[in-house]
Design a protein around this ligand. Structure first.
Ligand code: SF4
Length: 328
């Protein structure tokens, strides 16, 4: 059976999806990146490889996410694409006429507007925690309630409480104030869900032409309270896809399938990469006053890539002296 791998490396999680030729998800892995993207990719690939049936052949691999270039070097990617494209491709496969993608992860969020399958507008937030999953994580910790229970508890609220959630610090003091006024925990949790949605729509959603059909994805899409809060705020239906947490990886796998059809051969290095030695080295170049901090990526003693040089001296030397550790 022909299959395709998609690898999505973010700052919080590393997701890998294995799909068949019809786009069905055969297997997937979710790992915490924990500041070690190389290890996360190798561990994830190993897990998928260990579970593979003998008659499955990986015919292509694609990478996306903030660590997509690095992941691409590790796995031998056939295509390396940004998260916006990967999410748009995966969403369009599931819901061909999707017009809006709301995506909220642990530490970032994005909105993508599509018309006729083409991305017409998008925005990303990687700076402010108030519109991401970490906002809810912090408040769950403060309330001593597992985050997994937040969604069901929010749906039990009888009234709506407005929590000042523009900043996580204000939210905390306002929550204490509302508790003192006698509001129930369910009502406060519902208020927190509404605060996150307000933050999201007032920041990255501001001025965007949000229209149905709407897909809601990313780790936070597991929270039914947030889905309901979006539906109330927008007055529209919001759909959470089955694989809401790995849509970037699915998109990368679909893109790999397309790329391999064009080039007819895969660059995938095989599941052996999980046992190879990959290292990131850094050194300062003394070639001129810029004193560039150059980073090089080394596989089993061979330099695969360098970056950080302003003049291209080191980047170009890779292509001039392939697989050389020589820094002369
Ligand atoms: S990499 Fe180029 S620009 Fe940077 S310090 Fe060396 S010679 Fe100068």
């Amino acid at each position: 059976m022909k299959t395709y791998l998609g690898v999505d490396v973010g700052s919080v999680s590393t997701d890998i999806a294995l799909i068949d030729e019809d786009g069905n998800v055969l297997d997937s892995v979710y790992l915490r990146t924990q500041g070690q993207p190389i290890k996360a990719v190798q561990d994830g690939i190993r897990q998928i490889g260990d579970r593979l049936d003998g008659n499955v052949k990986v015919c292509g691999v694609g990478t996306t996410g903030s660590g997509r270039q690095l992941a691409g070097l590790i796995v031998g990617a056939d295509i390396v694409k940004n998260e916006i494209t990967a999410h748009a491709v995966a969403s369009s496969r599931i819901l061909p006429d999707v017009h809006t993608i709301l995506e909220i992860g642990g530490q970032d969020s994005k909105i993508i507007i599509l018309r006729n399958g083409i991305v017409t507008d998008f925005a990303m937030n990687t700076v402010c925690a108030a519109g991401t999953g970490s906002f809810l994580d912090q408040q769950a910790y403060r309330l001593g309630i597992p985050i997994e229970k937040f969604g069901d508890m929010a749906l039990k609220a009888n009234t709506s409480v407005r929590i000042a959630g523009r900043c996580t610090v204000f939210a905390e003091s306002d929550m204490i104030h509302k508790q003192q006024l006698g509001y129930s925990t369910e009502e406060i949790i519902n208020g927190l869900c509404e605060a996150l949605v307000r933050n999201y729509l007032n920041n990255i959603g501001k001025g965007k032409d949000i229209a149905e059909p709407i897909l809601f994805q990313g780790g936070v899409a597991a929270n039914k309270g947030i889905k309901a809060a979006f539906e109330r705020a927008l007055g529209m239906d919001v759909v959470v896809p089955e694989y809401y947490g790995i849509m970037g990886a699915i998109g990368a796998a679909l893109l790999a399938e397309e790329a391999v059809k064009r080039q007819d051969v895969t660059r995938f290095k095989g599941f052996e990469i999980s046992d190879m030695s990959f290292v990131n080295n850094g050194f300062d170049c003394n070639g001129c006053a810029n004193m560039c901090e150059v980073v090089e990526f080394v596989q089993n003693g061979c330099v695969l890539a360098r970056w950080g040089d302003k003049c291209g001296k080191w980047t170009n030397s890779i292509y001039n002296k392939e697989s050389s550790l020589n820094r002369a």
